[in-house]
Design a protein around this ligand. Structure first.
Ligand code: ADP
Ligand code: ZN
Length: 293
């Protein structure tokens, strides 16, 4: 048996790798996301001399992850120039005669974390990325949860923090969660990169409030087995205790379950797979595609 191929297609960079069905990554490369033709050619070059039995793709979105839809496998309405309406899956199918799994990047990361990362043995988790944008994927009972398309949990509305006068920068909604709490919003609000804000800066209480509100909403709607927060902004590890504390205040005891009370420190956590959550999840998408074939 050969290896499985995995692609984590991000708006900034693409990561390609090969690995095994149990999620071990054997090799990986990464290159910047440029024009679709260029980037997909680079992807195809990487896999050309690898004996892969299947391929899994976790892509930035919005995408069409619904197999019986006419635009299945496309990046659909992304604001990223040149990438709207691009048939990523089709480009791969033309080159590789193997089963290919395709889903949203955060769905893949959630799958990776649920199977092999911080939520292994729980059967599910919610994976939130807080980076250039905010997105989240949900795995429940071992399966990715999509509806008529994938969820867009980064664009939920949150209550404004009383000390926050920043208008928000989501091109669609202004002050949705992403517009207020993604990396670029933090940078615009304070005029410095999020990574340069000291730990005792008032920025972090505001940030923790928005992310705790998001967690509260996601908990109330889906009761995820665990919440995993990744992405660049989550590298600020002091945020985790602040989010947990604020979530406790917001829930105010309403959800009477150990997960969100005495076990809160192990309920809201960074990715167990670190920066490999997405690529590992893509390997699992490949494994699922192979299983279906
Ligand atoms: P992407 O979303 O493009 O995949 P990242 O998850 O790294 O990439 O997110 C990039 C965003 O995260 C930028 O806005 C950047 O300012 C912010 N960021 C990156 N590293 C850190 C850090 N250590 N602390 C706080 N913010 C960070
Ligand atoms: Zn929005």
């Amino acid at each position: 048996m050969g290896y499985l191929g995995a692609i984590e297609g991000g708006g900034t960079k693409f990561v390609c790798g090969i690995g095994t069905a149990d999620g071990q990554i054997i090799d990986r490369v990464s290159f910047p996301t440029t024009l679709p033709e260029e980037t997909m050619a680079e992807v195809c070059r990487y896999f050309a001399d690898k004996a892969i039995d299947a391929l899994g793709v976790g892509s930035f979105g919005p995408i069409d992850p619904i197999p019986d839809s006419p635009t299945y496998g496309y990046i659909t309405s992304t604001p990223k120039p040149h990438w709207g309406n691009v048939n990523v899956l089709g480009a791969l199918q033309r080159q590789f005669d193997v089963p290919i799994g395709f889903d949203l990047d955060v769905n893949a990361a959630a799958l990776g974390e649920a199977a092999l990362g911080a939520a292994r043995e729980l059967g599910g988790c919610l994976y939130i990325t807080v980076g250039t944008g905010i997105g989240a994927g949900l795995v429940a009972n071992g399966r990715i949860v999509n509806g008529f398309t994938h969820p867009e949990m980064g664009h939920i509305l949150v209550r404004r923090h009383p000390e926050d006068s920043y208008a928000g920068n989501c091109p669609y909604h202004g002050d949705c969660l992403e517009g207020l709490a993604a990396g670029p919003a933090v940078e615009r609000r304070w005029g410095v990169k999020a990574a340069e804000l000291p730990q005792d800066h008032p920025a972090w209480a505001i940030q923790a409030d928005y992310l705790a509100q998001a967690c509260m909403n996601f908990i109330l709607i889906t009761m995820p087995q665990k919440i995993i927060i990744g992405g660049g902004v989550s590298k600020q590890s002091h945020l985790f205790p602040m989010i947990r504390r604020r979530l406790g205040e917001l829930l105010n005891g309403y959800v009477a379950h150990a997960r969100v009370q005495e076990e809160i420190d192990s309920y809201i956590v960074p990715p167990g797979l670190g920066d490999n959550a997405g690529l590992t999840g893509a390997l699992l998408l490949a494994k699922q595609a192979l299983g279906r074939a």
